[in-house]
Design a protein. Structure first.
Length: 326
């Protein structure tokens, strides 16, 4: 058996964590995005400013309407701060239990990177997570645990839609693109010949995009480029699959990955490519088989072409073979 189902105790704890996170995330997102409102005196006059990150915008000279607006803003901010602190404390208290129950599966470094990308507003809009780490999303969604030999990994694949600029979207790392995000997580990340990033522990982050005539550098002067890879456009075109998972640190992380059936078919296609390293092909095929079973058995997704109109002809031709994988 390539995977096992969660125990009842694990299911109960997982449900509680996901519910707490579902309450925490919108409150934390709103709090982070609302900024602050401040009053500054200049030449004897009081002016109201709105501050978001490092950007300060003048709302004009203080008036009754602006005083009311600031009072409402401050009250809402205080309410959110109280809610976020309470829910964060609850999630923190759950973390050791999650670890004890072996629910923490996603490597901590991968989770920290994904959370940082999510905070920048890039996850699910500009990038998604693929490769081995995507399996953690599928196992949580199906209440299963995939055997460790299939999920062990020391790298992360980030799929980038080159039609979306990472640099322009990022709020806190405007001049460094993805490298700025990675270094905010771990200062030891360095670009390895420009095409991937590696930290002092040897953890590798690959930024991958479809073949394109566009410049794949994140920005002028940036030191990380996206590797162009055939077939990535099929994953980007598939519906997104969103799932909150639990990392090895015991805390949740939101993941956005490709549709599981498309992921399985793509893995099967990759396993049959002549240019694929022979040592990697069996693992690609195993991933295809596992995800195909999870999708059909637990997610009630039919492996039929009529249910997947986004599939290219190359993957449509593999649907029958994917059904037979075991």
């Amino acid at each position: 058996m390539e995977f096992n189902e969660l125990s009842n105790e694990q299911r109960r704890q997982l449900i509680d964590v996901l519910q707490a996170y579902a309450a925490w995330r919108p409150a934390a997102t709103e709090l982070e995005g609302m900024g602050t409102m401040r009053v500054q005196v200049s030449k004897g006059r009081r002016y109201v400013y709105e501050v978001r990150s490092t950007v300060r915008k003048s709302l004009g000279q203080e008036s009754l309407a602006l005083r009311k607006r600031k009072a409402a803003h401050d009250a809402r901010r205080k309410e959110l701060q109280t809610r976020v602190r309470s829910l964060q404390a609850k999630l923190d208290a759950m973390a050791p239990v999650n670890r004890a129950l072996r629910l923490g599966r996603l490597p901590t470094i991968a989770a920290r990177i994904i959370r940082a990308i999510d905070r920048e507003g890039l996850l699910g809009t500009h990038v998604m997570i693929a490769g081995t780490n995507a399996l953690f999303a599928f196992e949580v969604a199906t209440g299963t645990v995939i055997e460790q030999e299939h999920v062990a990994t020391t790298d992360a694949d980030i799929l980038w839609d080159p039609r979306q600029s990472l640099l322009l979207a990022a709020t806190g790392v405007r001049r460094e693109g993805l490298m700025g995000i990675l270094r905010s997580v771990d200062r030891s990340f360095e670009a390895d010949y420009g095409f991937n990033a590696k930290n002092r522990d040897g953890y590798i982050v690959d930024l991958i995009c479809p073949p394109t005539d566009q410049q794949t550098t994140m920005a002028a002067g940036a030191d990380l480029e996206a590797v162009q890879m055939e077939g990535i456009e099929w994953l980007l075109a598939a519906p997104h699959f969103e799932q909150v998972v639990i990392a090895e640190d015991g805390l949740p992380a939101r993941m956005v990955v490709p549709d599981p059936r498309t992921f399985a078919l793509h893995k099967l296609w990759v396993s049959r490519r002549q240019d694929r390293q022979p040592v990697k092909r069996p693992r690609d095929k195993a991933h295809a088989a596992i995800v195909a079973q999870l999708a059909t058995k637990y997610l009630n997704q039919r492996m039929v072409t009529t249910d997947m109109p986004w599939l290219p002809s190359e993957l449509r031709a593999l649907v029958r073979d994917a059904k037979a994988l075991r």
